[in-house]
Design a protein around this ligand. Structure first.
Ligand SMILES: NC(=O)c1ccc[n+]([C@@H]2O[C@H](COP(=O)([O-])OP(=O)(O)OC[C@H]3O[C@@H](n4cnc5c(N)ncnc54)[C@H](OP(=O)(O)O)[C@@H]3O)[C@@H](O)[C@H]2O)c1
Length: 224
C-alpha cells in the first residue's frame, strides 16, 4: 500500500514513516520537494540502521501535490490553521478510493495552559473542517491525536496506548485499524462518526496540561 504523509517532514510524519515503512511504501510530502527528499533519506537510513532485515517497504519524498495523486492512504500531518489551504490544493488530485486520515489537534496555549481551539474560539473540530473542505471524499478517518511524537519516532519503543478513531465509513475504519495494529502496543478504540472527533481531539490539550502540572513525560491514554 502507498501511504502518503502531507507535512511528512514534521515530527509526527517522521514517526508515521518509520513505523509503516517496514510493510508499505511511504511517500513523505512537503511544500518543498527537496526537504521531503532529505527527510525520506534520513528516515530510511535510520530504519535501515535498526531493522534492515525486516524492511519490506520504501520511503521516498516529493511535493505534497505529487504524493496526493499516488496515495492509497493520505495522512494530513499539518497544523490546524493550514487545513483549508492544504485541502484546496489536494481536493482535485486525490483518487476516489483514497482514505484521508486526520491526526490534527486544534490546540493553543496561554498563561493557564493548553486549550482546545474549537471550545475557546468557537471553531470547528479538525476532522469536520477536513470533511467540509474535501467534499468529494467520503473516506475520512480521525485518529492518532493522543500519540506523542517522541514515542512514535522511536520505532523500537512499543506505545502501550490507545487511540480513539472516528469515521463515517466502515471500510476506511478497517484500513486504518490495520495500520494502527502495525504499530506495536497501539490499540484502536472506535468512538463513532466523524462528528464526534472533537471528543478525541480535546483529550490532547488535557493530557498535556496533566503532563506539565505533574511532570509526566510524553503521556498517552489507555481505557481500562
Ligand atoms: N507532535 C505531536 O506530538 C502530535 C501528537 C498528536 C497529534 N499531532 C498533530 O499532528 C499534526 C502534525 O504534527 P507535527 O508536530 O508533526 O506538526 P508540525 O511539525 O508543526 O508540522 C508538520 C508539517 O506541516 C507543514 N506545514 C507547516 N506550516 C504549513 C503551512 N502553512 N501550510 C502547509 N503545511 C505546513 C510543514 O511541512 P513542510 O514545511 O515540509 O511543508 C511541517 O513539517 C498536527 O496537526 C498536530 O496537532 C501532533
Amino acid at each position: 500500500m502507498k501511504i502518503g504523509i502531507i507535512g511528512g517532514t514534521g515530527g509526527m510524519g517522521e514517526g508515521f514513516a518509520q513505523r509503516w515503512c517496514l510493510n508499505h511504501d511511504v511517500l513523505i510530502g512537503s511544500r518543498d520537494k527537496q526537504k521531503a527528499e532529505k527527510a525520506a533519506e534520513d528516515n530510511l537510513n535510520n530504519i535501515k540502521g535498526m531493522f534492515a532485515d525486516k524492511l519490506k517497504g520504501t520511503i521516498s519524498g516529493n511535493d505534497n501535490i505529487s504524493i496526493s495523486k499516488e496515495s492509497d492512504v493520505l495522512i494530513l500531518s499539518i497544523p490546524y490553521d493550514n487545513i483549508i489551504g492544504t485541502c484546496k490544493d489536494i481536493s482535485n488530485t486525490i483518487n476516489d478510493n483514497c482514505v484521508i486520515v486526520s491526526p490534527i489537534v486544534p490546540m493553543g496555549r496561554n498563561e493557564k495552559g493548553f486549550y482546545y481551539i474549537p471550545i475557546e474560539e468557537g471553531k470547528k473540530s479538525a476532522a469536520v473542517l477536513v470533511a467540509e473542505n474535501l467534499p468529494n471524499c467520503n473516506k475520512i478517518v480521525s485518529a492518532f491525536h493522543t500519540i506523542s511524537e517522541i514515542k512514535l519516532k522511536n520505532p523500537k519503543m512499543p506505545l502501550n496506548a490507545d487511540t480513539f478513531v472516528c469515521t463515517d465509513n466502515k471500510e476506511s475504519l478497517s484500513v486504518v485499524n490495520s495500520l494502527i495494529n502495525e504499530i506495536e502496543g497501539l490499540r484502536s478504540i472506535f468512538l463513532g462518526p466523524l462528528s464526534l472527533s472533537y471528543q478525541a481531539e480535546v483529550i490532547t490539550p488535557m493530557i498535556l496540561n496533566a503532563s506539565k502540572q505533574n511532570k509526566i513525560k510524553h503521556p498517552g491514554i489507555k481505557l481500562v
